[in-house]
Design a protein around this ligand. Structure first.
Ligand code: GYE
Length: 326
């Protein structure tokens, strides 16, 4: 009995010591009562997977309880998730809207319930700016401009006077699709060297990028276009799968521009299989969670947060340490 009691006491002390030791690194206990409802739009790309991981990791670091729903690319599922968060009375809603329109009703319900909403990664189009507290995500228009600016530099370097462009677009009506396209077009539009001959929808998916490239090759032939501008890496990788199995030397000189910067693509850039990668970071979790904290503390927050982003290309030093994928 006595030894049993002793062992019990020892175990208790060890436990106390262990919890005591970790206590100093733990987030404040009161954060555990903060429930963040997070509606992720899907799992369509490596960008999205890394983004989900960033949100989960940061919620853990801040000590918040994360209630996550994945909508598998369906707006109705996202609306259902938002409604369930409202019914549950979460403290803050974070969501990444798959498309820009169609959110007014459900966001008005959140507003009436007094639940602040943070838009993460993608924006909504609404007349009523009070439907969300803040937006954390990339400046997609600037990304599109960076793609266009690279193309101008490349054309200058090559000394070409006519480049035919095919554009593989992301999900129709999504913010990155619309703004990357607008930014790109605004830069190249007035330059007579450039002509966009096709704009096709690849839905941000590798499989669709592959499909699009197959159709483009069928329609125009390997020497029928000079530039591919893909709105994300997944679609560019799908396009490359087809392109690199095409037995026609004309494919060698096709200029390839993509957006995101995942590891596989940065490696492909360094290996000369891609020409330009416009950076778009998926690591938005820390921004979002510190915003949740500020909102809970009643602090006034900014409406828009853009992470710093750049561009990697074959016209720059690819051995620089910052040229790295996620
Ligand atoms: O570029 C793409 C993803 O919204 C920024 O969505 C995001 C985009 C990203 O599927 O890979």
């Amino acid at each position: 009995m006595r030894t049993k009691a002793k062992t019990g006491l020892m175990l208790f002390l060890i436990l106390l010591l262990l919890t005591g030791c970790t206590k100093t690194q733990d987030p404040p206990a009161e954060n555990a009562s903060v429930v963040v409802g997070f509606s992720q739009l899907g799992s369509e790309s490596s960008w999205r997977i890394a983004n989900t991981a960033s949100m989960e990791q940061s919620a853990k670091e801040f000590g918040f309880s994360l209630m996550m729903e994945n909508a598998n690319q369906k707006q109705e599922k996202q609306i259902d998730a938002l409604r369930s968060f409202i019914a549950y009375r979460v403290d803050v809603i974070v969501f990444s809207p798959i498309v820009q329109t169609g959110w007014d009703n459900v966001l008005t319900e959140a507003k009436k319930a007094g639940i602040p909403v943070i838009l993460m990664d993608r924006m909504i189009k609404s007349q009523d700016e009070s439907l969300y507290t803040a937006y954390v995500g990339a400046d997609f228009y600037a990304e599109g401009r960076r793609a266009g600016e690279y193309l101008i530099r490349k054309a200058d370097t090559l000394g070409t006077d006519h480049l035919r462009i095919v554009e593989i677009c992301g999900t129709t009506d999504s913010t990155p699709m619309r703004d990357r396209q607008r930014g790109f077009m605004d830069v190249i539009r007035k330059d007579p060297r450039f002509e966009v001959i096709a704009s096709v929808n690849g839905d941000f998916l590798r499989s669709k990028g592959e499909e699009c490239m197959r159709e483009l090759l069928q329609q125009y032939g390997a020497d029928g276009f000079d530039v591919i501008f893909a709105h994300n890496d997944a679609m560019m990788l799908g396009a490359l799968d087809v392109l690199e199995h095409t037995d026609d030397p004309a494919i060698q000189s096709i200029i390839r521009i993509t957006v995101d910067g995942e590891k596989e693509v940065v490696e492909a850039l360094k290996a000369g299989r891609i020409n330009c990668v416009v950076q778009c970071t998926p690591h938005l979790g820390p921004f979002v969670m510190s915003l949740v904290k500020d909102i809970k503390e009643g602090k006034k927050v900014r409406k828009t947060y853009h992470p710093d982003e750049g561009v990697f290309s074959d016209l720059d030093d690819l051995t620089a340490p910052e040229v790295e994928g996620f």
